[in-house]
Design a protein around this ligand. Structure first.
Ligand code: ZN
Length: 117
């Protein structure tokens, strides 16, 4: 059985789902009928295993999508689901940029370097 570490706990408290912005919880996920299972971070609203994103990143991603009418999934119908997937995609992009710039670490966004939102 996988173990939830203190860092995971902190991450769950600090972060949110990168699709819907919802709260993360712990869930025992069963992988096979022989009892293979693991504890994972989970979004109850999306019903999926979700490692999450920093709340600041989610906030910026939703603004980015509104301001640029961003749509990565051109083959999909534009509905709530495509909006959630686009949000998750932009969260990944923003996290990548912050990471490359050294503005994010295991404790989240490094606050004294970026403006508050
Ligand atoms: Zn979610």
């Amino acid at each position: 059985m996988g173990k939830i570490t203190d860092d995971d706990r902190k991450r769950m408290e600090r972060c949110c789902c990168k699709q819907c912005g919802g709260k993360l919880s712990m869930k025992v996920v069963v992988y096979d009928p022989y009892g293979g299972h693991d504890v994972e971070m989970f979004c109850d609203k999306c019903h999926k295993i979700e490692y999450g994103t920093e709340k600041e990143v989610y906030h910026l991603a939703t603004r980015f999508i509104d301001e640029f009418q961003f749509n990565y999934f051109l083959d999909m119908a534009e509905d709530e689901r495509s909006e959630r997937l686009n949000t998750a995609k932009i969260c990944e992009v923003i996290s990548w940029v912050l990471n490359e710039l050294g503005l994010i670490d295991d404790n989240g966004v490094i606050k004294n370097k970026v403006p508050e939102f």
